[in-house]
Design a protein around this ligand. Structure first.
Ligand code: SAM
Length: 331
């Protein structure tokens, strides 16, 4: 089979703005037919298969093999990026098999990836994505033995090829807190020097910028507009993954949705923050294609890859969403 045919057969589906490939991303991204995308990807946004010590449904590798595999993805991903492009990787914690001990593997993997000698990458910033609704885990040690606390966050590493990747924090403002809204209404502020040496002028905080600058900390929760986020400085977004169009349709059709979907708000945040309309966003471990769908909704182009055909197939449902004008195209 020629390379062109090979890549054509790997295309699971397409829309006017994106292509979903079924296959291993290390193979697809290194194939001849992907050469045209080299240097054109503005953002790689992904949650890779987790480095679990025991095998999970979606085919995770064991510790050593995982570390080597993950680290070696760095040059492959790096060559796909524009010079000012970004890679954003979300990884949860993992635990040693049958032990109440947290594994270093996720951190080792991120460190190995970012410091790969042939990839020219650096860590731009780490984010923490806190999910207060996370079920108690690791269950044995949290709920049975009661000796550990609930593991409730994932780590999100923003990585790039240069110190100044494209980014604009004014595109991802947090809604003002209730007290800030009151302050803006009141129009006066308790001015003076603070113990921190910051000199706060009378008008310092009185200009309405439409929201405040995001912190590198997210709180994922059901969005209740009447209440402040539990953590006032966190960027709060709802984890819509249990009641969005995709999940409702999966339920209606008796399909088990991907078990580890990325929170839509997280995808939205980084796509808005780090790309412009028409930029290309790649998810090499796309699963249900939260990234591709969100990119399309925000007017970006997308490329997605997943090794499991079932996920490629179920992710087509996302493009039946009536709020998208970007429907599936036949060959
Ligand atoms: C954590 S899930 C990603 C879920 C996705 N973010 C979503 O919102 O649905 C990781 C995915 O990586 C896929 N995967 C594992 N190894 C792969 C490989 N070598 N190449 C491509 N995909 C792979 C798995 O099938 C799984 O769907």
């Amino acid at each position: 089979m020629t390379n062109e045919l090979l890549i054509k057969s790997a295309i699971a589906h397409k829309t006017s703005t994106g292509l979903y490939f079924n296959g291993k991303s290390e193979d697809i991204l290194q194939s001849e037919a992907m050469q045209g995308y080299k240097g054109k990807i503005q953002l790689i946004l992904t949650s890779p298969p987790f480095p679990l010590n025991n095998k999970k449904k979606y085919g995770n590798l064991k510790e050593e093999a995982y570390l080597e595999w993950f680290t070696n993805l760095a040059p492959i991903f790096s060559q796909m990026l524009t010079d000012n492009g970004s890679i954003v990787i979300e990884i949860g914690n993992s635990w040693e098999d049958s032990r109440p001990v947290q594994s270093l593997l996720p951190l080792q993997s991120l460190m190995g990836f970012v410091s790969h000698a042939n990839a020219g990458l650096r860590l731009i910033q780490e984010f923490i994505s806190y999910n207060p609704s996370r079920l108690p885990s690791p269950a044995q040690w949290v709920t049975v033995n009661r000796i550990r606390t609930v593991d409730s966050y994932t780590r999100v590493w923003w990585i790039a090829k240069q110190d100044f990747p494209k980014a604009d924090n004014s595109k991802v403002l947090r809604p003002y807190s209730k007290s800030m809204q009151k302050l803006l209404e009141r129009g006066s502020y308790n001015s003076g020097k603070r113990p921190s040496e910051h000199n706060i002028s009378k008008n310092s905080f009185l200009k309405d910028h439409g929201g405040s600058i995001a912190h590198n900390f997210f709180e994922i929760d059901g969005l209740d507009l009447d209440r402040e986020p539990r953590l006032p400085n966190a960027f709060s977004f709802s984890n819509t993954s249990s009641n969005d169009f995709f999940s409702r349709q999966c339920k209606e059709r008796g399909i088990i949705p991907h078990p580890a979907r990325m929170p839509m708000g997280l995808a939205e945040f980084f796509i808005q923050y780090l790309t412009d309309p028409d930029d290309v966003v790649l998810d090499p471990f796309a699963g249900s294609n939260t990234t591709g769908y969100t990119a399309a909704r925000l007017g970006r182009k997308w490329l997605s890859i997943d090794a499991k055909e079932d996920y490629a197939i179920q992710s087509r449902i996302r493009f039946e969403d009536p709020i998208l004008s970007d429907g599936l195209q036949e060959d």
